[in-house]
Ligand binder design. Structure first.
Ligand code: G3H
Length: 330
């Protein structure tokens, strides 16, 4: 990867075709196996085999910024907080740092801003004039236990308010009981309700008990047309991890090999350091290739990651770390 980042194109501004999905292939789902110790071994060697330093690291971190779904999903969210978040999404790095990094001419923004349905309109207004899409968490986020029709209406309302991306949560019970038909039907309905908005399927992997369930749920959601598979809501006891991500990436690869469809990946929840993000980028590159490092195929769902990335970039430029309280938002 080169030294510089690029402006996040947003999913709609990229020529990439959407995932058309496929029929529900139950034989294929039932055949999926996961060897947990092999997965853990692969992840534990990741950091040792490759590290990204200095200018190259600054380039990777700038690219990571363009992949962040800058998120606020709290009970005490307010319109003012959402507007501040949008201002940060427009200008995620201080201009003097961008100047020093030689990328002042690039309009670096985050990949999206992610909010509850209640704040979609505020976010759309605050991002007016940019390419930054608003992502809404819908379908009874985070538990996903509202009635099915209510979830569909919520998606439609978010799209009507201007959300261009919808993060849905799956019904965990369908996965835990192996009811793949119900999961497929639910996901297909969500996809249809999204219309032109891209849909990310949140599996809430921390609730799914086994890596095999994670693999099978990923595959069923992709068959039903999910444009992205996303690990977590950020509210489960266990959120994004490298082993869970590896399993999901292998499913994305298998789905691509078998159907030709390209699906993106969004690790989310608990990703708060530049070091974390570099590990995910390396995993993506090794498992799926460079193409999956772009914001139309990789997003980091994160509320506090940007602050650490900015600190690392500042250190790269000045040799000093600033205090965390200089980066109060994100
Ligand atoms: O989808 C995004 C997550 O909710 C963000 O989680 P986080 O607050 O742990 O970064």
């Amino acid at each position: 990867m080169g030294k510089t980042g690029t402006q996040a194109p947003g999913l709609h501004d990229n020529a990439l075709a959407r995932n058309k999905g496929s029929a529900l292939e139950l034989d294929w789902i039932n055949d999926i196996q996961v060897n947990r110790s092999a997965v853990e071994r692969r992840c534990s060697t990741l950091g040792g085999r490759r590290s990204v330093k200095k200018d190259a690291q600054a380039g990777w971190l700038l690219k990571a910024i363009t992949c962040i779904d800058l998120t606020t999903l709290n009970g005490d969210d307010t319109a003012a907080r959402v507007r501040r978040l949008c201002a940060k999404a427009r200008q995620p790095v201080r201009p003097d740092l961008l100047e020093a990094l030689g990328v002042a001419d690039r309009q670096i923004t985050t990949g999206a801003v992610c909010v509850y349905h209640r704040f979609v309109r505020e976010a759309v207004e605050a991002l007016d004039g940019t390419f930054i899409p608003v992502a809404a968490v819908s379908t009874g986020f985070p538990a996903g236990l509202s009635p099915h029709d209510t979830k569909l209406r919520e998606i439609e309302a978010s799209v009507a308010d201007g959300a261009r991306e919808i993060d849905i949560v799956v019904t965990r019970e369908h996965v835990l009981t192996g009811n793949w038909q119900a999961l497929y039907d639910e996901m297909s309905d969500f996809r249809e309700a999204c219309g032109d908005a891209h849909v990310k399927a949140i599996l809430a992997t921390g609730d799914l008990r086994t890596l095999r369930n994670v693999a099978r749920a990923s595959m069923v959601c992709m068959m039903a047309g999910a444009d992205f598979v996303k690990t977590s809501t950020g509210k489960e006891a266990a959120n994004a991890t490298l082993p869970v991500s590896l399993v999901m990436l292998r499913m994305i690869r298998q789905f691509h090999e078998r159907t030709g469809n390209i699906v993106g990946f969004k690790p989310a929840g608990g990703i708060s350091t530049a070091k974390d993000v570099l590990a995910y980028q390396i995993l993506m590159k090794e498992e799926l290739g460079r193409r999956w490092l772009e914001p139309d195929l990789l997003r980091f769902g994160a509320s506090s990651l940007l602050a650490d990335i900015e600190r690392q970039l500042e250190h790269h430029v000045t040799g000093r770390y600033s205090a965390n309280n200089r980066h109060p938002m994100a």
